[in-house]
Design a protein around this ligand. Structure first.
Ligand code: DGJ
Length: 741
């Protein structure tokens, strides 16, 4: 077992492959944190005296236990710890929100517990869980803290359950699933903020005395913020140094909070926060927080990414539906809303001629959806466009020897729709307020079980009996006026959270009802690029920005927390003309960073272009095992030098797939420049003309042959680094497929 509960020493130790986490129960009542870092006999577990001045203490323990000066396992509001709290619980009878839970017992077990209604990581034979039970005598509540170990990925997950065993109501007013105290503050925080069409751009900020937060209040994890953050010890690099990583298995509003105090310690917490959430618990009711995860590596930022990648691949993502991920041809950038049965059948033929495996019919096939002003909510085919119905249409698509995928956006409704006309009270809207639209649409109240039931019924009436191989589930606006008419006033702060439970319920329903269909998640591109969505969707549409010179940055940022297998990459109209060989090459090589797809008007493609795409898809298939399952190494940071370079390595390191993309100051939109300027990173964006790239994944004492150029390299040389020269101007890419000779 990797969990040791030492009752004599009152100490609990958790061990994963390379990490160790240690806590101590002080005075049989306070769980304090001793250590999280490298698994080493030299780990410093000594208790360090801290400045206790002006901090209240218990008379009986004197200065041996001062809440504000301790590293604690789980901090509460109002009991003398002035730093960020993880749990704030209001006793509704007295009105007090002073919270204090006292340790009762610890137990460990194989596997894990399910978290009702929420996505959570799957256990395997190595998974073990520690459960700490604490009680609050005043409210009668029982708190259970869960630590689940995924040892082979160096991941520990955290969440809690709270049961109201008292006689009165209580309300959770702040909920953080994970809180971790670190003994120093010598870290830089790496966070991944962005915007629509420029998601997850890394931002590095040193920790300072005070509180820094990454959060979303949008009801979605969002384009603007992402729950994944890293704390990198000063001086840490891609392949060296101490680095922590944190994430949240949730897709709605969230809070990541990092606070340092006058003792120079750091507290990092991940959870639902307090601004967008509270939960009333009546006597006998129980609440489970969403799961948060953490990892550590003493060998750099790259290893933390790889820990996250392997964890997501083996414990979060759904099982693959097909032997190979289908290469899709998507209709959106080809036709936008101007689609009908005949166009789609021709498009399916063109997909086949290009060598694609699946035709995805995007927006525009249902209700009165001829533009984005109407139709959302009316999930039946537009009879003017699909005369014989969806089932025969799907059969005709399959007759072209390609799979059939279809677009849906079940959480939304247009005011101009039959659904909204029949049920204007089924949207999120505060009483007495006028609704605001975004993209001419409202958010349906998924906290209302009747709405969910209706959506399930209308979707099944539409899709039952239709041979669907893939759903693209989109979500194109964020919440405001968050209020559910079916919840009582005292439960209104639960709306956004209950909405997410509704979304997850519908995901599970869709998965069970159409077991043969894979799901691609999308939210105006990568607006819900998170572990909650990854639990149900095999891949995610990375961004609506398909300009390769921008995509390089978006994919670079996304790679820190998420594996390439989730990053849907299309060669699309953002390239400009696909007939331009240079641009097509660069776009295709940029897209070799995740599951490949195409999105352009293939009806107009020349035979020459179709031939080229066939060859690209054949080549992708040769590399696919590395892209989707290999270990990922970042080698150059495009934000620093305008050039991205990375490598996928096979398990045994006998195959390395290297890509260098020089996107520089040309070829992209000015969006990145605006964004980086606004961050004031101060980094130079001049593009050098030669780059040194080091292959940390290369094996020593071995010779690799580049199957593209025929050149041979020895592994030690690759590890020390080789120089790649790039031309002065223009888009430039270089790939090497290095195979052990
Ligand atoms: C936003 C998505 O990101 C696009 O790919 C496309 O599906 C549109 N929505 C359709 O409305």
């Amino acid at each position: 077992m990797s969990i040791k509960i030492d009752k004599k020493e009152n100490r609990i130790t958790l061990k994963t492959k390379n990490t160790m986490y240690v806590m101590q129960i002080l005075f049989d009542r306070f769980p304090v944190h001793l250590y999280y870092g490298k698994n080493s006999p030299k780990a410093d577990l000594t208790y360090r005296a801290r400045n206790t001045s002006y901090s209240p203490n218990y008379e009986e323990y004197g200065f041996t236990y001062v809440p504000n000066a301790e590293m604690v396992e789980f901090p509460f509001y109002g009991n003398g710890d002035y730093r960020a709290d993880a749990l704030r619980l209001r006793d509704m009878t007295s009105g007090s929100k002073v919270t204090e839970f006292i340790y009762q017992k610890a137990r460990k077990f194989k596997g894990r517990k399910d978290i009702p209604g929420l996505p959570f990581a799957d256990a395997n034979e190595n998974t073990e869980t520690l459960e700490l039970t604490m009680t609050d005598k005043f409210t009668g509540c029982t708190l259970k803290l869960y630590y689940t170990l995924f040892p082979e990925c160096d991941i520990i997950s955290r969440y809690f359950t709270l049961e109201n065993g008292g006689n009165g109501d209580v309300r959770i007013e702040k909920c953080m699933s994970l809180s971790l105290d670190l003994p120093d503050m010598n870290y830089e925080m790496i966070s991944f903020c962005g915007s629509h069409c420029m998601e997850r751009i890394p931002q590095i900020t040193p920790l300072f005395r005070g509180n820094q937060r990454v959060e979303s209040k949008r009801g979605a994890s969002s384009h603007q913020a992402n729950p994944f953050i890293m704390l990198a010890a000063n001086g840490a690099k891609e392949e060296s140094g101490n680095v922590y990583g944190f994430n949240f298995v949730y897709s709605g509003s969230f809070l990541d909070e990092v606070e340092t105090d006058f003792n120079g310690t750091t507290r990092v917490a991940v959870g639902l926060g307090s601004d967008n959430f509270s939960m009333l618990l009546k006597p006998g009711e129980e609440f489970s927080s969403p799961e948060a995860i953490m990892t550590f590596s003493s060998s750099g930022i790259g290893t933390v990414s790889r820990n996250m990648h392997s964890f997501i691949r083996s414990h979060i993502l759904p099982a693959e539906k097909y032997e190979k991920r289908p290469v899709v041809l998507n209709s959106w950038e080809a036709f936008y809303f101007d689609i009908d049965e005949d166009i789609m059948i021709d498009f399916a033929k063109a997909a086949k001629e290009c060598g694609a495996d699946m035709l995805v019919m995007d927006d525009g096939w249902f209700g009165k959806r001829i533009n984005d002003r109407a139709g959302l909510g009316d999930w039946y085919e537009n009879p003017d466009r699909f005369k014989d119905g969806l089932a025969p249409f799907a059969d005709r698509i399959h007759a072209q020897d390609v799979k059939f995928g279809i677009w849906i956006e079940p959480e939304m409704v247009n005011p101009d729709s039959d659904l909204f006309r029949a049920h204007p009270d089924w949207i999120l809207l505060a009483p007495g307020r006028d609704p605001l639209v975004a993209r001419h649409q409202h958010v349906l109240d998924f906290a209302n079980p009747d709405v969910l039931e209706y959506i399930k019924n209308i979707l099944s009436a539409c899709f039952d009996g239709v041979a669907i191989d893939y759903f693209k589930w989109d979500m194109n606006r964020h919440m405001c006026s968050v209020y559910s008419p079916v919840l009582p006033p005292e439960r209104q702060d639960e709306t956004a959270y209950r909405y997410m439970l509704g979304v997850y319920e519908l995901y599970r329903w869709l998965t069970e009802r159409y077991p043969n269909a894979m799901i691609e998640n999308c939210s105006g591109g990568g607006g819900r690029y998170d572990l909650g969505m990854m639990k149900y969707s095999t891949q995610i549409w990375t961004s609506d920005n398909t300009t390769p010179a921008d995509r390089v940055f978006i994919q670079y940022g996304s790679s820190f927390g998420y594996p390439a297998s989730t990053m849907s990459c299309h060669v699309a109209t953002g390239i400009g003309s696909l007939e331009d060989k240079n641009k097509l090459d660069f776009g295709y090589r940029t897209a070799l960073a995740g599951p490949l797809g195409y999105e352009f008007n293939a009806l107009k493609a020349t035979d020459e272009l179709k031939k080229t795409i066939n060859a690209q898809i054949d080549e992708y298939r040769r590399y696919e095992h590395l892209i989707l399952r290999g270990d990922f190494y970042r080698m150059l940071n495009p934000l620093e030098c305008g050039c991205s370079a990375y490598c996928f390595a096979s398990d045994s390191r006998s195959e390395l797939l290297f890509t260098l993309l020089r996107c520089g100051n040309d070829g992209g939109t000015d969006m990145l420049k605006r964004f980086t300027d606004s961050l004031k990173t101060g980094k130079s964006r001049t593009v050098p003309e030669s780059f040194r790239v080091r292959f940390a994944a290369a094996k020593r004492n071995t010779v690799y042959k580049d199957m593209i150029s025929g050149e041979c390299f020895d592994g030690d040389t690759l590890r020390r680094g080789i120089t790649v020269n790039v031309p002065k101007e223009g888009l430039y890419s270089k790939m090497m497929y290095l195979v052990e000779d």
